[in-house]
Design a protein around this ligand. Structure first.
Ligand code: A3P
Length: 304
């Protein structure tokens, strides 16, 4: 399915930034909220693999690793289409004539790999009923929120971010697309004890990609000989993915994602928050982490 076919006739001026609409108390893009019933009735298949994250936690990175593993390191196969076509994003209902992630998923042969940013309680129930494997990636809140702010600036379909201070305030109270970061990472963390969920951390992937790629291969039951592992590390490192048009979202027109405002592949580091947060803001977030993650066993590294 070619997502961009027909976009030539689309009037860029008619693209509006989304409003937030709550579903069960979780703010979502207005188009996602409007399609909630359709999304809930999605029929997952037992051999579907879901990659789920809070936005900007390293979704694309894990998607490229998984695609490479599934295609035994065949880079040409992984270059068959941009990431948003290779792995449909089921909670996205973009401007027409771009098909929705659900339409793309339904048109795809099994076994399918799918993407979602939904919090655990809003995931279509069929994923649980079918006992689908899920890979979840979490990233420390400070880097996650910085990345999300810049993404709001460059993605013209996201809600208006306001300035950094306003964005930060909204983010911390969960008045943000896909809801509270704290609830999201905690909800999925607790779900992993009841379902086949591989819970990964962005910081661990930066620290030791080989170790984390091995975990993914093992979870998927795929062989990973050393030469393949090396290929995957090289192909999925930040610098390579930044230059890969099939992974860096540069194939989308600038009226959707404006990489001049902030590139999708922006920095790819741990600790960039130090360039953005004041000491007071950073301490406030540390306090919130202590309160809202208390007793969960979740522990994030803010630097390496
Ligand atoms: P920054 O904005 O901090 O650079 P997602 O794919 O979930 O939208 O996450 C995007 C974030 O992951 C961006 O973070 C992006 O640069 C980073 N990223 C993407 N590919 C990466 C890679 N191969 N290695 C490290 N970080 C990567």
């Amino acid at each position: 399915m070619n997502l961009l076919a027909g976009l030539e006739e689309f009037d860029p001026g008619s693209l509006k930034r989304s409003e937030l609409v709550e579903v069960e108390g979780v703010p979502l893009l207005d188009t996602t909220a409007a399609n909630q019933e359709l999304l809930r009735s999605f029929k997952a298949q037992p051999d579907d693999l879901l990659i789920c994250t809070y936005p900007k936690a390293g979704t694309t990175w894990v998607q490229e690793i998984v695609d490479m593993l599934q295609h035994r390191g065949d880079k040409q196969k992984c270059a068959r289409a941009p990431m948003y076509e290779r792995i449909p994003f089921i909670d996205l209902f973009p401007i027409k004539p771009i098909p929705s992630g659900l339409e793309m998923a339904e048109a795809m042969p099994s076994p399918r790999t799918l993407k979602s940013h939904l919090p655990v309680q809003l995931l279509p129930p069929s994923f649980w009923e079918q006992n689908c494997k899920i890979i979840y990636v979490a990233r420390n809140v400070k880097d996650n929120m910085v990345s999300y702010f810049h993404f709001h600036r460059m993605n013209q379909g996201m809600p208006e971010p306001g300035n950094w201070d306003q964005f930060l305030e909204n983010f911390l109270i969960g008045r943000i697309t896909w809801g509270s970061w704290f609830d999201h990472v905690r909800g999925w963390w607790e779900a992993k004890d009841r379902h086949p969920i591989l819970y990964l951390f962005y910081e661990d992937m930066k620290e030791d990609p080989a170790r984390e790629i091995k975990k993914i291969a093992q979870f998927l039951g795929l062989e990973l000989p050393n030469p393949l592992l090396k290929e995957i590390i090289e192909h999925t490192k930040f610098e390579t993915m930044k230059d890969n048009p099939m992974a860096n979202y540069c194939t989308l027109p600038a009226f959707i994602m404006d990489h001049n405002l902030s590139p999708f592949m922006r920095k790819g580091t741990v600790g960039d928050w130090k360039e953005h947060l004041t000491v007071a803001q950073s301490e406030k977030i540390d306090d919130l982490c202590s309160q809202l993650l208390a007793g969960s066993g979740l522990d994030f590294r803010m630097e390496l």
